[in-house]
Design a protein around this ligand. Sequence first.
Ligand code: OGA
Ligand code: MN
Length: 292
Amino acid sequence: MSATAIEDIVVTPLGPGIGAQIDGVNLREALSPATREHVMAAWLQHKVLRFRGQQGMSTQQLVDFSKNFGELDRAPTPANKTGKPYLAEFPNVTAISNIVIDGQPIGGLGSYEAEWHTDMSYNESTPSASILYAIEIPPSGGDTWFCDMYAVYDALPAQLKTRIANLKCVHDASRNSAGMLRKGWKEVADPRETIGALHPIVRTHPITQRKALFLGRRLNAYIPGLSLDESEALLDALWQHAVRSEVTWVQQWKIGDVLIWDNRCTMHRRDSFDAETRRLMHRTQIAGDRPY
Ligand code: OGA
Ligand code: MN
């Protein structure tokens, strides 16, 4: 894998067609139009970009950088007791953390594993991008894995592609990606009763026009029009094709890392980590379209 440089910006691919590191950009300052264009093109090509050494970035600077990619989306409702946003002054920024202060978690997901998902896929319009900034990192664990959903779609057997061409799937809104029930939501007893957006299983990326498999999350997913057994079997078959090592890349965090991923063509998951250690990230999400 070779690096390419334009001006002072260096793009180094990191994974098998997914993930690249960008060096030579200071995200705490406004990007020039040329830099912005270069970063956007790299993002669309590599699906996940990593910028290292951005420590000290303020929340406002994170918001300002994020706006290069579009309008910010509201942070998801936290799956905590209060349902109140973690950063009261920044409704578009959420915290991901296991740190508890005065009995209150200061962020979501705790130290648990977060299963494979696409952010906020249970909404009618889903974010085009998520941006995650590492403020505190545990000594081990908490790695974040990414899966290239274009590659997953491309590699599906032709028969399976035909079968799913016009099918939709319900994406469960009741639980967060660590499996915690959100405030005010009822447990789903039968996936046929899952509440959440209905999206095509094969989606077209609005900019690249490439097709990607869009699974969102496995728990309580259901394909209307099929019996529950058929739906489960088809979803299991599709998930088996996703998340293979040939199409995934893992991020091992350093303090000051900023990651931006394209939610329209990736999924991600997070390893658990020792609850006695500390991890703190801030996240923004960019408003996207209704998947088609
Ligand atoms: C997220 C997420 C993973 C992580 O912010 O959407 O899934 O590594 N985070 O904390
Ligand atoms: Mn996520």
